[in-house]
Write a protein that binds this ligand. Structure first.
Ligand SMILES: CCCCCCCCCCCCCCCC(=O)SCCNC(=O)CCNC(=O)[C@H](O)C(C)(C)COP(=O)(O)OP(=O)(O)OC[C@H]1O[C@@H](n2cnc3c(N)ncnc32)[C@H](O)[C@@H]1OP(=O)(O)O
Length: 194
């Protein structure tokens, strides 16, 4: 057993998350970070095509419509797909903090079944930061932004540098994104974090 704690409660000396001065303005659409991302990429036919908007604090909102390709049981969304929608929404919080962060831990509560055709209204918010760790929560509601909660997640993201992707991603995809000026622009946006 390692000594690592898996608790999602921020340590006592964690600080509040601080909205970066160059974060997208409230209401601004946060574009896809990668065309072939299953969560937000336009190039994935059966992907979630999540479109996320900046909130006023260190928070974001997004919508996702459950389609036939997202089923687990007949006519119902697969739980893993719903967890992905929460994960993707949480991942967008990096834009508000202007850091790149990947999911370290994601704990999901499934409270109501979500039928195919449902629009899931998602919100995510960072609640605390401790060194490279970002503690955050996300909620998916059905029937409208104030509708009943169907899914909820507590999560801990870990800040990483671009090298995390360059060192670990398959060479073909890494070379392709490095050759794409739009993608390089996305990556560069995170490189300077005053
Ligand atoms: C050219 C490219 C262009 C790219 C353009 C932009 C791309 C923008 C992409 C954004 C994408 C988002 C998409 C949606 C979100 C995903 O789905 S991300 C994908 C899923 N997640 C992953 O693949 C992460 C896999 N895991 C890892 O790589 C490593 O375990 C991690 C998370 C980076 C941590 O490893 P590490 O850097 O060695 O850090 P480590 O010292 O182990 O941990 C740091 C701290 O976190 C704690 N910690 C780490 N893991 C855990 C855990 N599971 N539980 C509890 N605590 C933990 C440690 O205890 C430590 O705490 P302290 O000592 O500071 O108190």
């Amino acid at each position: 057993m390692s000594g690592r704690t898996t608790a999602l409660t921020p340590p006592a000396d964690a600080g509040p998350p601080v909205r970066h001065p160059e974060a997208p303005a409230p209401g601004e659409i946060i574009g896809s970070h990668y065309e072939y991302c299953f969560g937000c990429g336009g190039g994935v036919a059966h992907g979630l095509h999540l479109e996320t908007r900046a909130g006023e604090g260190v928070n974001v909102t997004a919508e996702f419509t459950v389609r036939e390709a997202h089923q687990g049981a007949p006519g119902l969304a697969h739980g893993g797909v719903l967890a992905t929608a929460l994960d993707e929404t949480l991942g967008s919080l990096g834009w508000m903090l202007r850091v790149i962060a990947v999911t370290g831990r994601l704990e999901t509560d499934f409270l109501r079944p979500v039928p195919v055709g449902t629009e899931l209204h998602l919100t995510a918010e960072a609640v605390a930061v401790h060194r490279r760790k970002i503690y955050c929560t996300a909620t998916g509601r059905i029937g409208g932004p104030d509708g009943p909660v169907a899914v909820h997640a507590n999560a801990m993201f870990v800040e990483v540098k671009i090298d995390h992707f360059i060192d670990n991603g398959r060479k073909e995809e890494i070379q392709a994104v490095m050759a794409d000026p739009d993608q390089v622009k996305v990556a560069r946006a995170f490189e300077v974090n005053p």
